[in-house]
Design a protein around this ligand. Structure first.
Ligand SMILES: Cc1cc2nc3c(=O)[nH]c(=O)nc-3n(C[C@H](O)[C@H](O)[C@H](O)COP(=O)(O)OP(=O)(O)OC[C@H]3O[C@@H](n4cnc5c(N)ncnc54)[C@H](O)[C@@H]3O)c2cc1C
Ligand code: FES
Length: 337
């Protein structure tokens, strides 16, 4: 009995050690924080000895302390008017009128959008693309080169890798586009052909660099995906760029007209968009993996704030799963939408 207990403790220690090596808390230095479109920024961070990560994984960002946060409501609104507001357009979405009065105490989750390693110096640069929507992201938008912030990660599971003969269909909506860029990088290295489908409400909310006419077909004029030899189909709800309508409609149209027989769908975006993608996948009989973006508090399986209903056994049976720990990537057919 004693031996068994010692063995269990040793196993737990080894498991904890392995987990500890796989994720941790890191001080990250801001290399750049640039605005890409009306409400999105690209934040590039440098970390030392950051553990290996995979597309689909995310980090928890402890948002900037007060010295880099805006000082007063008047200054914030003036700054945001300068950056985001055009006369006659909708103001930024401040759901909490007192947002400046309190700190964002909880970390906020963001998908890893890209990563470059310098193994000789044990240094990694990671990209986060974030939309400015509230307390924490407003503060993040004020970060400048040289600032330091705390990162917890890498967290969560990863997208699976399809067979080399399959075509990866990368479907991203809004803030779900960033993990698709990292995935395109990985698939290019693995020799897997990818096509990206990106959607947003309107052209100026697409967090990507458009380098030419994108038309309604797959084009190489989206810089972030073209860098990984991936063509991109663009859709906007209002038709201001690319296909008019939802990205799921563009995906379905493309698959029907291109005879993608061995496609595998990888998707991230708002829940209604992922649910619609799951339906398209079911209609086309294609496997589909979604990365859920449930609101999260701890990001590590402790607080139970990110539960979803997950199929278990028969069609009616289900269990709760934690998006942060069991996911965020799930087979779309296993989720009770
Ligand atoms: C695994 C994961 C990966 C993510 N990756 C990215 C990413 O790459 N880029 C990005 O911009 N965002 C991403 N998000 C969403 C991001 O975490 C939130 O936008 C961020 O926490 C908002 O913080 P805030 O303090 O600025 O806004 P808050 O003040 O906390 O919220 C502002 C408003 O947005 C709503 N909101 C906040 N989070 C979510 C959410 N997850 N889903 C729906 N509504 C929400 C709130 O209810 C509130 O109405 C991700 C979320 C998850 C769970
Ligand atoms: S975010 Fe705390 S358990 Fe998932």
């Amino acid at each position: 009995m004693l031996l068994w207990m010692i063995q269990c403790a040793a196993h737990d220690n080894a498991a904890n050690h392995a987990t500890a090596r796989k994720k941790g808390q890191f001080a990250a230095i801001v290399l750049a924080n640039t605005q890409i479109c009306r409400e999105h920024f690209l934040l590039t961070l440098r970390l030392r000895e950051f553990p290996a990560s995979e597309p689909g994984q995310f980090v928890q960002v402890l948002c900037p302390p007060p010295d880099v946060a805006v000082q007063s409501a008047e200054q914030a609104v003036a700054g945001l008017q300068e950056v985001f507001w055009e006369p006659g357009t909708r103001p930024p979405r401040f759901h909490d009128p007192d947002f400046l009065g309190s700190q964002p105490y909880l970390r906020r989750p963001f998908s890893i959008a890209g990563r470059r390693d310098d193994p000789a110096n044990a240094v990694s640069d990671i990209d986060l693309i974030y939309r400015v929507i509230g307390k924490a992201t407003i503060r993040m938008s004020h970060l400048v080169t040289g600032d330091s912030i705390s990162i917890l990660g890498p967290l969560g599971n990863a997208f699976p890798v399809p067979e080399a003969t399959h075509t990866a269909l990368l479907v991203g909506g809004g803030v779900g586009i960033p993990p698709m860029i990292y995935l395109a990088d990985k698939f290019q290295r693995a020799g897997i052909k990818s096509i990206a489908f990106v959607g947003a409400q309107k052209a100026d909310l697409i967090p990507l660099h458009i380098t030419g006419d994108v038309g309604t077909q797959a084009s190489s004029n989206v810089r972030e995906f073209a860098a990984f030899n991936t063509q991109t189909v663009v859709a906007t709800d209002d038709g201001s760029l690319g296909n008019k309508g939802f990205v799921t409609q563009a995906l379905e149209k493309f698959c029907e007209s291109s005879a993608v027989s061995q496609g595998v769908i990888f998707c991230c975006g708002p829940t209604p968009m992922m649910r619609a993608t799951a339906l398209v996948a079911a209609r086309l009989k294609l496997p589909c993996y979604v990365s859920l973006e449930q609101p999260m508090a701890c990001g590590m399986g402790t607080c139970q704030s990110c539960i979803i209903k997950y199929r278990s056994g028969s069609a009616e049976d289900w269990v709760y799963k934690l998006t942060c720990k069991d996911g965020p990537v799930f087979n779309s057919a296993d989720i009770l939408w």
